[in-house]
Design a protein around this ligand. Structure first.
Ligand SMILES: [Zn+2]
Length: 259
């Protein structure tokens, strides 16, 4: 199974399953119905199901129209209304998307209801659908959750297999790397990743999917226990570096918010 990005709004990606042998697709976080409808019409496919990661409108706005049109199941956080989500999910649940079973991981932080979906399929790299929790080079803003919750999410995600393919829902990579380079500028893997991403964006090619290996080497929010990252973030804030992981992570997040 692979996923294909449908660009939406300014910088969202609606990921859809991409299997040439199937006449049906699944969509992840379809914030804009028209983008998915156009794809279905052009490719002569129908929508078999929807996965949602969290309640924000740019991830859920297209659901009423799409679920009415295709009468398809909608899997997502239990916090969302039954009119929107037909199959509410919590930690430990699983969802069959075609032949692939996705495990549900609760990752509060960006929002309190945020879910990620993880699958280990045969003969391919594992897949992580991570919504607005993890971005290439960054993580979601803490609109509802605490630094401790997002730290916990980053800790769990970086323990996934290194070859996991990471499908983020925004093209924030270059902005994230500008911040990452400001606090972790000697990181050779980060410099290389930034150059690669710049070349992709110059050609208007998505920088996603990423991988857990790349994120653990380059993403400051996954490098929260590297002293130089915390020192760099504290310097941007004109603060002393925190002495513990939670406050250090909070410093990295606040430095990014102010960057
Ligand atoms: Zn969001």
């Amino acid at each position: 199974m692979t996923f294909f990005p449908l660009p939406a709004f300014n910088d969202n990606y609606i990921w859809i399953t991409n299997d040439a042998t199937q006449k049906t697709i699944w969509a992840v976080d379809p914030g804009d119905a028209q983008v998915v409808l156009d794809y279905c019409q052009n490719q002569h496919v129908t929508l078999a199901g929807i996965l949602l990661t969290h309640h924000h409108k740019d991830h859920t706005g297209g659901v009423p129209e799409l679920s009415a049109r295709f009468n398809c199941p909608v899997y997502g956080p239990a916090s969302l209304s039954p009119e929107l989500v037909t199959h509410p999910l919590t930690q430990g649940d699983s969802v069959m998307v075609g032949q692939t079973e996705f495990m549900v991981l609760e990752t509060p932080g960006h929002t309190l209801d945020h879910l990620c979906y993880f699958a280990e399929a045969e003969q391919q790299d594992p897949i992580l659908l991570c919504g607005d929790t993890l971005f290439r080079g960054g993580c979601g803003r803490l609109f509802e959750g605490s630094p401790a919750q997002m730290l916990n999410a980053m800790t769990r995600l970086r323990e996934l297999p290194q070859n996991t393919q990471v499908y983020c829902t925004h093209e924030y990579t270059l902005a994230n790397y500008r911040f990452a380079l400001a606090i972790d500028g000697h990181n050779a893997a980060l410099i290389a990743a930034n150059n690669e991403a710049q070349a992709l964006r110059d050609q208007n090619i998505p920088t996603i999917p990423s991988s857990i290996a790349l994120e653990t080497q380059t993403n400051p929010f996954m490098r929260f226990d590297w002293q130089e990252v915390v020192v760099g973030a504290a310097a941007l804030l004109n603060e002393q570096p925190a002495q513990d992981l939670i406050n250090g992570f909070a410093q990295i997040r606040r430095a990014k918010d102010a960057f």
